[in-house]
Design a protein around this ligand. Structure first.
Ligand SMILES: NC(=O)C1=CN([C@@H]2O[C@H](COP(=O)(O)OP(=O)(O)OC[C@H]3O[C@@H](n4cnc5c(N)ncnc54)[C@H](OP(=O)(O)O)[C@@H]3O)[C@@H](O)[C@H]2O)C=CC1
Ligand SMILES: O=C(O)CCC(=O)C(=O)O
Length: 458
């Protein structure tokens, strides 16, 4: 690393966090959500570094906030009318210190480099918290799968893999799903990977059960986020059963978070999509959930149809946070819950929040929750169940075996409990609620930092 790259900024800074962020922003101009993710991390880790000179001497934080590499490429594909179309795609391979790169692919028109850098950065520490040997990466494209036919999605996925296959593999980088990338897309991607490489190995996770996928992977992120909130509540002496929950989103994470909340005796009153929110005062029961899963996974319909089907209230263009609840699970997208939402939730008696989505809570809202002693389960910890079961899918592929549902659910539950307990080690606030944000950041940091220190100048 050259001296100029880490040149000390001149001028006055209130504190070391501002000094660090000044340099980061200068090096990553305009990448606002990446700045947000790094700042949230730096606020926890820089105070810890002040007592750990070794990490400071090795410029660990500066090195960790620079991705190992970013691959950018064009994806040309043919639509159903025979016209050629092109999209941009990326793979941000952020850090492979503790294992091969691992993290999802997102297909959404909003995708850009800043979003994928924030997601890749978070993935490094999330994966570290799972205790499994996985580095961090993220990728995706500004391709919008909504409104596209199956064959268009297939042609896009096959074309994307023509470039991506050179950069991935079971010991190098293992992509999975994220927003807009579910079972259908992973099948197309894996089929093309297999054809191009002429070998079968677990280079993607989230695969179908008939070709190397793992039981419980589909459910794992949502289930894990609920286990995490259950652990936080138990630690505070509170029972989850009987509590009212609000969930946002109605995709992979949200649907299975709702399922596990019902299993554990909570009631769930909301779900949403980018069009609006449904508020079901009677609660989403198992039959309604089965209908909703079919709507979203098979028919690819809108959440407003739930309101029509079951006579629930539909709030067009609104999110769920004005509905009174004890626990909140934002499971849609980044920055979907802002300071006003946080104030409303706290006013209505919120006890705990578990981030099913990545960085769904704005920085101001997160600080407000921590100030008000709301139990705040940060994404890195709370939604790590998905990538954890992806790690278990890789193990099963390597061993050429398939574990049972009971085995995998047990392992998932155990991993979420271990993550919870790791957060407590560095998140204690005497006389106050646990600061899970600091706990997760510091615990995730230490493992990666120790590996980087061991490697020397890499
Ligand atoms: N899948 C996984 O295993 C993991 C996912 N995550 C995170 O969880 C979140 C959800 O992912 P997942 O469930 O897989 O994705 P899906 O594509 O399955 O579902 C996303 C849901 O969020 C809604 N949504 C997306 N963008 C917006 C927006 N801008 N405003 C309002 N609603 C929006 C979608 O509505 P609509 O259909 O109308 O767009 C949909 O209901 C993401 O933050 C992802 O990074 C984290 C860990 C693992
Ligand atoms: O399962 C995986 O590899 C990735 C999941 C993911 O993208 C995430 O945790 O945000």
């Amino acid at each position: 690393m050259s001296e100029s790259w880490i040149a000390k900024p001149t001028g006055y800074f209130d504190n070391e966090i501002e000094r660090f962020m000044h340099g980061l922003i200068r090096r990553n101009e305009g990448e606002v959500v990446f700045h947000q993710a790094v700042r949230e991390f730096a606020e926890s880790v820089i105070p810890f570094l002040s007592e750990h000179q070794l990490y400071r001497d090795q410029y660990i934080l500066e090195r960790m906030t620079e991705p190992d590499r970013i691959i950018i490429f064009r994806v040309t594909w043919e639509d159903d009318q025979g016209h050629l179309r092109a999209n941009r795609a990326w793979r941000v391979q952020f850090n492979n210190s503790i294992g091969p790169y691992k993290g999802g692919l997102r297909f959404h028109p909003s995708v850009d480099q800043s979003i994928l850098k924030f997601l890749g950065f978070e993935q490094v520490f999330k994966n570290s918290l799972t205790g499994l040997p996985m580095g961090g990466a993220k990728g995706g494209s500004n391709f919008n799968p909504k409104g596209k036919s199956d064959r268009e999605v297939m042609r896009f996925c096959h074309s994307l893999m023509i470039e991506l296959h050179r950069h991935i593999g079971p010991d190098r980088d293992i992509p999975a799903g994220d927003i807009g990338v579910g079972a259908r897309e992973i099948s197309y991607l894996f089929g093309q990977y297999k054809r191009l490489e002429n070998r079968w190995h677990g280079a993607l996770t989230g695969k179908g059960l008939s070709y190397g996928g793992s039981l419980v992977r589909k459910e794992a992120t949502g289930y894990g986020a609920v286990y995490f909130v259950q652990n936080m509540l138990e630690h505070a002496g509170i029972d989850l059963a009987g509590k009212k929950a609000s969930v946002s989103g109605s995709g992979n994470v949200a649907l299975y978070a709702i399922e596990k909340l019902l299993d554990l005796g909570a009631t769930v009153h909301t779900a949403s999509d980018s069009g609006g929110t449904i508020y079901d005062r009677d609660g989403i029961d198992r039959d309604k959930l089965a209908w909703l899963i079919d709507l979203k996974e098979k028919r690819r319909g809108r959440i407003s149809e739930y309101a029509e089907q079951f006579g629930a209230e539909y709030r067009a263009g609104e999110n769920p946070w004005s509905v009174p609840c004890d626990i909140a699970l934002p499971c849609a997208t980044q920055n979907e819950l802002d300071l006003n939402d946080a104030k409303e939730l706290v006013k209505n008696g919120l006890l705990a929040i578990s981030e099913g989505a990545n960085m769904p809570t704005s920085a101001e809202a997160m600080h407000y929750f921590l100030e008000k002693d709301v139990l705040f389960g940060p994404a890195k910890a709370a939604n790590a169940g998905g990538v954890a079961v992806s790690g278990l899918e890789q193990s099963q592929n390597s061993l050429r075996i398939s574990w049972s549902r009971e085995e995998l659910e047990g392992r998932l539950q155990g991993i979420m409990k271990e993550i919870h307990d790791k957060c407590i080690v560095h998140g204690q606030r005497p006389g106050r609620s646990v600061d899970y944000k600091t706990g997760a950041n510091v615990a995730g940091f230490i493992k990666v930092a120790d590996a980087m220190c061991g490697y020397g100048a890499v």
